[in-house]
Every structure is written in C-alpha cells, then in structure tokens.
Design a protein around this ligand. Structure first.
Ligand code: TXA
Ligand code: MG
Length: 292
C-alpha cells in the first residue's frame, strides 16, 4: 500500500499467518519489529496502553502523518509484530488510499517498507514491483510518495521520550507541541532500538560520501562513476543525479535517485555530503547508512 513516506508491505495485524508471510517475503529477521498502521487515532487503545499525555498531544498534532510512536503494548498484540518486546509501534499514515484501505478493512495493518530486507525503501509502485520481481504482491498504486523517507520513530515508554529514527517530523517539531525533552538518536540507549543497524537502506553498488570539494576534484574516471549531489559539478560523471537544495523536496527524490544510480551498472557512486543544518538531519542519516 502507498503511504506518504514510502510504500508498505501490508498485512492484517490480527492474523499471524499473514504477518509471517510479510517476514518471509521481505527476508526480514524475526527480531525486527513491525509498525502497526491504524485508520484512525481512536484505534490506538486496541494496540497500546499507558499512552503518555505528551504522546497524545503528538497524535493530535501530527496524525495522520509521518510519525510513529512506540508505546507499551496491549497484552493481545502478537509477539510476531513486536519482536517479542513489550512495546508496539503505531502510526496513522497520511495518504488517501492508505486511509481508505484501512477504514474499508476496518482493522490495523502491519506494513514494513515494501523492499527486500536491507535494500532501499520504495517510493513508487514501480519500485515495489522491481523489488519483488516474480514474487511481487498486489500493488496498490498511489503515485509517488510525497514525503519520501520513512517516518520519524519516537519511543514513548516513560517521561523521557527518545527519537529512534529521524524523519520529516523533527525533534524541534515534537518539542514545540509538548512540554517534554526529546532525546536524539545519538544519546540513544541500545535498549529499545533493535534493527537500527548502521548500514541499512543500502544500494548494491559501492557508495562513498565525500565533501563538495573532494567531489569536484574527483579525477579518476577510469571506471563508470555515478554522482548524487546537491550542487552542479565541474565534470560529467557517467550518471549524475542532482537533488533539490531544499530538504523537503530532496527527501521526496532521494531514494528514487539512489535507485536509478544503483541500477545503472556503475562501479562507484559518490554521494555529496548534505548541506549543514538540522533540516538535513534525516537525509544525512539515510545517506550515511547508504554509504561506507
Ligand atoms: O514510514 C514508515 O514508517 C514506513 C511506512 C510503510 O509506514 N514503514 C517502515 O517500516 O519504515 P520498517 O519496518 O521498514 O521500519 C520499522 C522500524 C524498524 O526499524 C523497527 O525496528 C522499528 O520500526 N520498530 C518497530 N516496532 C518497534 C518497537 N516496538 N520498538 C522499537 N522499534 C520498533
Ligand atoms: Mg524498512
């Protein structure tokens, strides 16, 4: 199913056989928990309990939207979803087709990003079909994703909420809505962040992150080289993808650009360091994970 962030591989969150098929199709390890997608914030109580008041404020402010909250789970929530933990991740996606699907179905859907494990998240129906080839599930085409990178994940299990994954909703956005200190991934404890491996979202082609100066001075073109940059260059790589200089627009295009570079038969992909500033944190995070 389409969402505003990336496409999800959706299955009935109340059906363990369906959930098991999601893990099998993705090739995903069982200890990487799934996000439960809801058609309405009112459904939260069926999945989570002890919702802190700051988390309620965030639901009101940001749902439907690219924010996932990790909360203590209801006893009936399958351990297959949660990786046998006592918490569950929930969000209401902001995409008309996803909301129509959820409401017509009348229940929650687990939906990891619709890519094979460890690969780039899909931001179009075409990318989902490409990821799964012959095994492609039924793809609900909702057009290109408007946000383009995965949701912000915040653990909300006590009075010290913590960002587990950066996304379009920033720490500043969260703290502007609720009077609480939000901790960042750098301060993160190893405790409740399974599956946040440093290398993830990785293309098959070797990717290296370089400064603008180093990129402009690159001379070795004995092998086909691709470039993902935020500015023009003095030389012409075999394939050059330029991202917009605005972080919201760049997020929308970054995975499609990486995917095109990855499929071009290059020996090396050079990724320019994103611009300075908090606005670029989520994109910097994804590009750091994609590069060695
Ligand atoms: O934007 C998104 O969140 C997309 C769309 C489809 O909604 N979904 C997505 O799902 O990115 P996935 O499965 O690729 O990533 C889910 C992340 C994983 O890193 C997982 O470890 C984390 O959520 N997660 C899920 N449940 C958790 C929990 N109980 N505690 C900590 N992390 C959790
Ligand atoms: Mg994923």
């Amino acid at each position: 199913m389409p969402t505003e962030t990336v496409y999800g591989l959706a299955a009935d969150a109340s059906n363990e056989a369906a959930i098991a098929r999601v893990f099998a199709l993705k090739g995903r390890p069982a200890d990487r928990p799934l996000i439960v997608h809801l058609g309405d914030a009112e459904w939260v109580g069926q999945w989570a309990r002890d919702v802190p008041s700051y988390a309620q404020l965030w639901m009101q402010a940001f749902w439907p939207g690219p924010l996932t909250l990790v909360l203590p789970k209801q006893p009936g929530v399958s351990g297959l979803i949660t990786g046998q933990q006592e918490t569950v991740a929930v969000r209401v996606p902001n995409h008309p087709l996803a909301l129509t699907l959820l409401q017509a179905f009348g229940g929650a859907l687990v939906a990891p990003s619709a890519n094979r494990y460890g690969q780039i998240s899909p931001t179009s129906a075409e990318a989902v079909r490409h990821a799964f080839g012959q095994d492609a599930p039924w793809v609900l085409d909702g057009g290109p994703c408007s946000v383009g990178i995965e949701s912000t994940i915040v653990a909300c299990v006590d009075d010290a909420p913590e960002i587990l994954r950066l996304g379009a909703i920033s720490r500043q956005d969260l703290m502007a809505v609720a009077d609480v200190v939000v901790h960042t991934p750098q301060q993160r404890s190893a405790l409740i962040a399974p599956g946040q491996a440093a290398v993830h979202y990785a293309p098959q082609t070797t990717c290296r992150m370089v400064s603008h100066e180093a990129l402009n001075a690159w001379h070795d073109q004995t092998q086909p080289v691709g470039v993902l940059s935020f500015q023009a260059l003095d030389w012409s790589p075999t394939l050059h993808q330029v991202l917009p200089a605005d972080p919201i627009l760049a997020a929308r295009e970054v995975y499609a650009a990486l995917r095109q570079l990855d499929q071009a038969g290059l020996e090396l992909i050079l990724v320019e360091q994103p611009p300075q500033g908090d606005d670029w944190d989520a994109i910097r995070d994804r590009l750091q994970r994609a590069t060695v």
